[in-house]
Design a protein. Structure first.
Length: 92
C-alpha cells in the first residue's frame, strides 16, 4: 500500500513575482517542479542549505534556477521564499 500525503505549495510574494518575471518556457519548467514538490517535496535535486541565514531551508535545482523553500511538517506546507537564477550571488 502506497500512501501519499499531498503538500500545499505556497509562494511568498517575492517568489511569485520572480516566477512571473521568468520567460514562459522557464515558468513552465518551474511550475512543473512545484507541482511535483506537492507530491514529494524532497525528491529530485534537493539539498538542505547550510549557514546561519539558510538554516531550515532547502533548495531544489531546476535547470539554471533554484527554488528556495522551507517545509512545515505539521501543516504539510511548502513555503517557497525565492526562485532565483543560479549565480555567484544566489547564496551570498
Amino acid at each position: 500500500m502506497n500512501l501519499t500525503v499531498a503538500w500545499t505549495v505556497r509562494l511568498a510574494r517575492d517568489a511569485a513575482k520572480q516566477l512571473e518575471s521568468l520567460p514562459t518556457d522557464r515558468q513552465y519548467r518551474v511550475r512543473k517542479a512545484l507541482r511535483e514538490m506537492a507530491a514529494q517535496p524532497l525528491r529530485g535535486d534537493v539539498i538542505a542549505l547550510k549557514g546561519k541565514q539558510w538554516k531550515g531551508r532547502y533548495r531544489k535545482r531546476v535547470g539554471q534556477y533554484r527554488i528556495i523553500f522551507t517545509l512545515d511538517h505539521s501543516r504539510n506546507e511548502i513555503e517557497v521564499s525565492a526562485i532565483l537564477i543560479r549565480s555567484e550571488k544566489t547564496y551570498g
